[in-house]
Design a binder for this molecule. Structure first.
Ligand SMILES: Cc1cc2nc3c(=O)[nH]c(=O)nc-3n(C[C@H](O)[C@H](O)[C@H](O)COP(=O)(O)OP(=O)(O)OC[C@H]3O[C@@H](n4cnc5c(N)ncnc54)[C@H](O)[C@@H]3O)c2cc1C
Length: 403
């Protein structure tokens, strides 16, 4: 029987994939056994899911087979769903088997948070996974095809209603303003009949962005036909649409998508991890308080920004940086060396507003708009592919086309 420690990584998203890659670099096969568990045999680019949902990207570009990036000869790959973690017995319960670990990395990402809004769980679609995003794409296309077949159909079946004006909601609207005209053309439908509406309860969309950047985004989307309803509270979601505002007005739609919030994977709460505002607060070294062999990273984790006294926002950028600290700390634990503290290095944020428009700020706070911002966004997306799978993956799946 093997005496080397077993490291189990749960989830093959940004955090899980990059942790596994770094562990392979940090440790020899003799030093530790590495196991990666994921629901599917593929990794997907979560930051591209709004494009999958709108139908503006080839779906195959978004998915990457895990075995093409991580050799099964080096890492044991298990394609199964994590049900629960038994912290006291160092055991992970999967749908089809169980696993014992010496070190555990929980990188299971997020699920949608509907904040108890009546009817939202039952009637809205969520941009939550590759499959749920594919379903939105198919549903939208079906609404247009059905309308084309039935001249007496209700025009509101073409309306796409998006709840939440945060990053995901606005990036999705940006894709829709490009996709909807194409669907109208394909199905001979007057463009004026298909509405795209974003509903946000806060006074402004994109509350974490600079005001000038927000104004740019709002104007760009409105000019291309989107309606942005800010300061509009959703009281209920029904099968017909949203009921909003003090007058309980019904906005009817054939497609309703909720993007207004996320929280950590339900596996955490099912396993006795207590969440604060939807996430699990970890120590500075990314370990669960009181559990020396469990790391929680990516969207599952709140990592405190000690200077500002609040947590860093959960992003792919942060998830990849967690991965590096986490893999280094596991190596240190195995070698009985001191652990490092996580320090976030902010590289800036760019939000896409469709294929050729975007806005955001990069290193040093420099603001970017329009085509330069859109180009920068593609470079950021491609940088991740390069870090994950080198030049081969970049050539296969990258967005920037040199020729
Ligand atoms: C549309 C959209 C756009 C975004 N754009 C940006 C951006 O521009 N920049 C940025 O920094 N961030 C962006 N984000 C946020 C970013 O995608 C997340 O912060 C990031 O994906 C977190 O990485 P993660 O590894 O924690 O989770 P994920 O990438 O979500 O990976 C979780 C993995 O765990 C697997 N999994 C889940 N549950 C189970 C289970 N029970 N059993 C087994 N496997 C399971 C999933 O299949 C998945 O492979 C965006 C998010 C969305 C939705």
């Amino acid at each position: 029987m093997s005496t080397k420690p077993r490291i189990v990584v749960l989830g093959a998203g940004y955090a899980g994939m990059m942790t596994t890659k770094k562990l392979i670099k940090n440790l020899t096969p003799e030093e530790a056994e590495i196991v990666l568990v994921n629901k599917h045999n593929y990794h997907y680019q979560t930051t591209w899911l709004h494009e999958v949902a709108a139908g503006t990207i080839n779906q195959n570009q978004v998915r990457i087979m895990i075995k093409d990036i991580i050799s099964p000869n080096r890492v044991r790959l298990i394609y199964d769903t994590v049900v629960k973690i038994d912290q006291d017995d160092n055991r992970v319960i999967l749908e089809n088997s169980e696993l014992i670990y010496d070190y555990l990395v929980i990188a299971l990402g997020y699920e949608t948070n509907t904040f108890g809004i009546k009817g939202m769980d039952e009637h809205a679609f969520f941009i939550e996974s590759f499959e749920s995003s594919q379903l939105i794409r198919e549903h939208i296309e079906y609404q247009f095809a059905k309308f084309h077949q039935d001249p007496n159909a209700d025009e509101s079946s073409l309306t796409i209603l998006v709840g939440g004006g945060g990053f995901t909601g606005i990036e999705f609207i940006g894709e829709l303003v490009e996709r909807v005209p194409k669907l109208c053309k394909k199905y001979d439908i007057d463009r004026g009949k298909a509405k795209i509406i974003n509903v946000e309860a806060a006074p402004s969309i994109l509350p974490t962005f600079d005001k000038e950047l927000v104004s740019y985004a709002r104007k760009s989307l409105q000019e291309r036909g989107a309606q942005i309803l800010e300061g509009t509270k959703i009281n209920e979601c029904t099968k017909e649409g949203f009921i909003v505002g003090e007058d309980n007005e019904l906005i009817k739609a054939g497609t309703v998508v909720w993007t207004g919030g996320v929280k950590a994977s339900p596996v955490l709460t099912n396993s006795g991890f207590e969440l604060t505002k939807g996430r699990f607060t970890v120590n500075g070294d990314l370990r669960a308080p009181g559990r020396d062999n469990i790391f929680v990273i990516g969207d599952c984790a709140w990592v405190m920004n000690k200077l500002e006294g609040r947590p860093y926002p959960p992003t792919a950028q942060a998830a990849m940086q967690h991965a590096s600290t986490c893999a280094n700390n596991i190596r240190s634990l195995i070698h009985h060396e001191p652990l490092e503290e996580f320090v976030f290095s902010d590289k800036g944020t760019v939000a896409s507003l469709g294929v050729t428009d975007a806005m955001g700020s990069i290193l040093g706070g420099k603001k970017l708009y329009g085509k330069p911002a859109a180009a920068m966004k593609k470079v950021v997306d491609d940088r991740y592919l390069f870090l994950l799978g080198g030049i081969n993956l970049l050539v296969k799946k990258g967005k920037v086309r040199p020729f």
